[in-house]
Design a protein around this ligand. Structure first.
Ligand SMILES: [Zn+2]
Length: 459
């Protein structure tokens, strides 16, 4: 008899689990259908890119973007929409940069752009002999004797053999991040960094460099990959010491500016104190439109929340979309969001998803926490019909990282990575590079994951 009851119980629970799985599948189908039929994220991104444009922290465009997104989200009928104040750095590029490779009487103009945070050159620019290196370690070998008074040219390409281009980017990033500070240690007067991209073209890629306060601040720029090859070949053919470079840039850092994170919320019906967020960063570099980086992540996060709202799904836990300010050159918005979250002891941020890898075809979610990852793995089947093949270990994102000490489960939304670094931090990161369906499918994937976490928790 007991055995019989046990069997009945097992049948009943597996039937219930099966029924739950099929209702989850139909809810997720509703989310995808809604975005593909009546999605709004593409239009919002159009405005953000084509009517506002690049949105570097502290700029008038960043302020317009905050106002526009706030007004747009207000119309969606969320429970709460608010601005969270934060002071941000204000770096400006100034007049368009100029550069030339100088060899005897020959001058070959090459495309460059100042690195974010860089100081200007003197008014008439700088010109000096170029020393090519492939790594920070090489600077030490050359020492002050070889580097003093020179322009250091960092020319280690991103490694094309990594399937995930983000890994290749990470592997080359130290040249831009700390290269200028380290070159200054040995008396260099300027730095040129090969653009962080696998594309071979004339677009220089900007991005933040970080000086060391105890060392001189020297001007630093990125050169296009074609320009880098030209420079490197000339050095190879003519010998070190024979090739000089000239560049001029007029960037400067102005006083900090008051700006905002933009936050929208649907309050949870059963566990409102447990908060799940999805976010991207509203600021972008100034040279393009910040379409893939990271207008896409912003409109997807808002859309993820809006889909749940319009479908009348009532989340058990509180869901938020957060548009962070100042990811590119300071992460002030991400830090402020986490600081304020930690102060509120009545709530806990249980999970955060970041979309900051472009608006390309959805492929996976990367989860930092192993236990949560195992739990989420049980949802993989629900995502497979939509091309998301994998929920795996992975990094969350820059803006949500400050939440890590609070025990928040951090999740990175992972789209296809093959084209992201073609556009990243350049003039060509523009709206025409966005595919409407790919963008929408990403919004639906984020929305579905938020919904599953809201209903079933993170562990
Ligand atoms: Zn970004």
């Amino acid at each position: 008899m007991i055995k019989y009851l046990n069997t009945l119980f097992l049948i009943a629970t597996s039937f219930a689990a099966g029924a739950q799985q099929s209702s989850r599948a139909s809810q997720i189908k509703q989310i995808y259908d809604e975005v593909l039929l009546r999605g709004q994220c593409y239009q919002t991104l159009d405005y953000l890119c084509n009517s506002i444009g690049g949105r570097l922290s502290g700029s008038p465009q960043a302020e317009q973007a905050v106002n526009y997104m706030f007004a747009t989200i207000k119309n969606y009928g969320f429970d709460t929409v608010f601005l969270q104040p934060v002071m941000v750095p204000h770096w400006v590029r100034g007049a368009k940069e100029k550069a030339a490779i100088v060899q005897g009487k020959q001058r070959i103009e090459v495309p460059i752009c100042a690195l974010g945070g860089s100081v200007a050159t003197p008014k008439n620019g700088i010109e000096a002999e170029v020393i090519e290196v492939k790594s920070i370690a090489e600077l030490k070998t050359l020492g002050t004797e070889k580097l003093s008074g020179k322009i250091v040219f960092f020319n280690r390409p991103m490694d094309p053999t990594f399937f995930h281009t983000g890994t290749a980017y990470g592997g080359a990033g130290d040249q831009r991040g700390i290269g200028p500070a380290e070159a200054a240690r040995y008396g260099a007067i300027g730095v040129v960094v090969r653009s962080l991209t696998l594309a071979y073209d004339d677009n220089p890629h900007t991005g933040m460099t970080r000086y060391n306060d105890s060392l001189p601040k020297i001007p630093a720029c990125a050169i296009s990959t074609k320009g880098a090859e030209t420079l490197s070949n000339l050095i190879k053919n003519n010998g070190t010491g024979k090739v000089r470079m000239y560049f001029k840039q007029q960037c400067e850092t102005l006083p900090d500016v008051l700006s905002y994170n933009v936050v929208a919320e649907i309050r949870g019906s059963e566990r409102p104190d447990e908060i799940i967020i999805a976010g991207g960063h509203l600021d972008s570099w100034d040279n393009g439109q910040g379409a893939h980086d990271d207008g896409a992540g912003c409109v997807q996060s808002i859309e993820a929340l809006r889909l749940i709202k319009v479908l009348g799904l009532k989340p058990k836990r509180t869901l938020r979309a957060v548009l962070f300010m100042n990811e590119e050159n300071g992460v002030k918005g991400g830090n402020e969001y986490a600081r304020v979250a930690a102060l509120d002891k009545s709530t806990k941020h249980i999970a955060a998803i970041e979309s900051d890898a472009g608006g390309f075809t959805p492929r996976a979610f990367g989860v930092e926490d192993s236990m949560a990852m195992v739990h989420f793995k049980s949802w993989e089947e629900l995502f497979k019909p939509y091309g998301i093949e994998q929920i795996r270990k992975g990094w969350g994102g820059t803006d949500i990282s400050p939440l890590r000490p609070q025990g928040t489960v951090l999740i990175g939304y992972v789209p296809d990575s093959q084209r992201y670094f073609d556009y990243h931090h350049t003039e060509i990161d523009t709206f025409d590079k966005i595919n409407k369906r790919e963008l929408e499918l990403g919004a639906a994937a984020i929305s579905a994951l938020m919904w599953l976490m809201s209903e079933e928790g993170v562990h």
